[in-house]
Ligand binder design. Structure first.
Ligand code: GLU
Length: 305
């Protein structure tokens, strides 16, 4: 696999010229559009990487399945899915249209912004310091890396510009979907999105997800199996925005992307993969990252279907 990636990497790197770095959160606009990196952990715990795999970026929407996982472990399936549905939308991640038309009580799924805001509102803690510490510690556990933190400048950049998310949370409050202080919950959501990681971290987390909560490196069950199965299913159906169907057909791996340019992938019982390429297509997915995963999936028969 290493040789294969090496042979196609140059060509794929050209694709970083296409697309655009997200800048609706101004601080994300500082990313280098030419970056492309991939990190892969296999089930024996071997790691290999190419390109800009050490570059740190904010995980943005990749935080959504991870906070969902934490909420499922803490509160259980029933409590979580009382607040959020399980169905893909086919709409952009920040769309508000179906909040009123589909189900008048809850967002369609936990991986769109409205659903993720609803999920993070469930995380208990005496204040946001305690809550974000809990989220960070959970992600540190999954990534087996103590050095995972929030990028304060990206957090603040989204806090001052995130009006659409602000509108969403007020709507959610008006329909009784969330309790609590809207500013506090929104801050927590922006903080979870601004958590920094690199390809290696994503690959490491992917490996744990690929093994339903068992970590082949530490050789122990880190988290229970059932919540991992749930988030893997959600990632398969809703993980790549309104390109999830195309990604399922062309790549066929449970995955979650973020507008920071990252993609987290879990190839069941085989690999955890982290990709970084901040030049995005119109739907918000890394252009070169998508193609790289497509090539890998085809060459090594990685599709789960
Ligand atoms: N913080 C971003 C937002 O809410 C996350 C979007 C994403 O990565 O899809 O707009």
């Amino acid at each position: 696999m290493e040789k294969y990636i090496e042979s196609i990497f140059g060509e794929l790197k050209e694709l970083t010229q296409e697309g655009k770095v997200a800048d609706y959160i101004p601080a994300l606009g500082n990313a280098n559009p030419n970056n492309l990196g991939i990190g892969i952990y296999d089930n024996n715990g071997n790691y290999f990487s190419f390109g800009d795999d050490e570059v740190k970026f904010t995980i943005q929407s990749i935080s959504k399945p991870l906070v969902l996982l934490l909420a499922l472990i803490e509160l259980g399936e029933e409590a979580v899915f009382d607040k959020v549905g399980m169905e893909p939308t086919g709409d952009p991640f920040n769309s508000i249209i179906r909040l009123e038309t589909f189900d008048k009580r809850k967002p369609l799924n936990p991986l769109i912004n409205a659903g993720a805001i609803s999920v993070v509102s469930l995380i208990n803690g005496k204040d946001n310091i305690e809550r974000i510490e809990k989220i960070l510690n959970f992600i540190r556990l999954l990534a087996d890396n103590e050095n995972i933190n929030v990028d304060t400048s990206v957090f603040l950049s989204e806090k001052v510009t995130g009006d659409r998310n602000r509108s969403m949370i007020y709507f959610l409050k008006s329909i009784g979907n969330i309790n609590g202080n809207v500013d506090e919950i929104l801050d927590l959501y922006f903080m979870q999105c601004a958590i920094k990681a690199n390809c290696r971290d994503l690959a490491r987390i992917g490996l744990v997800l690929a093994n339903r909560g068992y970590d082949p490196v530490r050789q122990e069950q880190i988290i229970p199996k059932r919540p991992v199965q749930i988030i893997n299913a959600m990632m398969t159906t809703c993980g790549m925005y309104d390109e999830s169907g195309e990604f399922a057909v062309k790549v066929g791996i449970p995955a979650k992307s973020g507008v920071g340019g990252g993609i987290l992938c879990a190839v069941p019982r085989q690999y955890g993969i982290g990709v970084y390429g901040p030049s995005l297509d119109k739907k918000g997915n890394s252009i070169a990252g998508f193609k790289l995963l497509e090539a890998l999936s085809n060459a090594f028969d990685l599709s789960i279907f």
